[in-house]
Ligand binder design. Sequence first.
Ligand SMILES: [Zn+2]
Length: 104
Amino acid sequence: MLRLILGVLIGAVLGWLARQYMEEQESGWPAPAEPTISIRPDAPAEADEPAAEPGATTVAYCARCRTKRPMSDPEPTTTKTGRRAMRGVCPVCGASMFRFVSPA
Ligand SMILES: [Zn+2]
């Protein structure tokens, strides 16, 4: 009886060790993990868009979402160097957005 219990225990431990070993082997691969890039399900990969079309919603790059979004509450502003720009808020995360506007 004791031998049976020992056998089952040793079998279980060996199986567990084997699984640990396999997992270590698997994690040893150069996995294409992207730990620094936050994957947001609502942020599909977007192709490069053309520069702001006149009259359309102002699309700016949100540094926090790491994607381009239509600017919320866009306000025309002028930089210190006299360049025209638009300042707004990201509608998704609320971070402030900024983009230059080509003088028309
Ligand atoms: Zn954002």
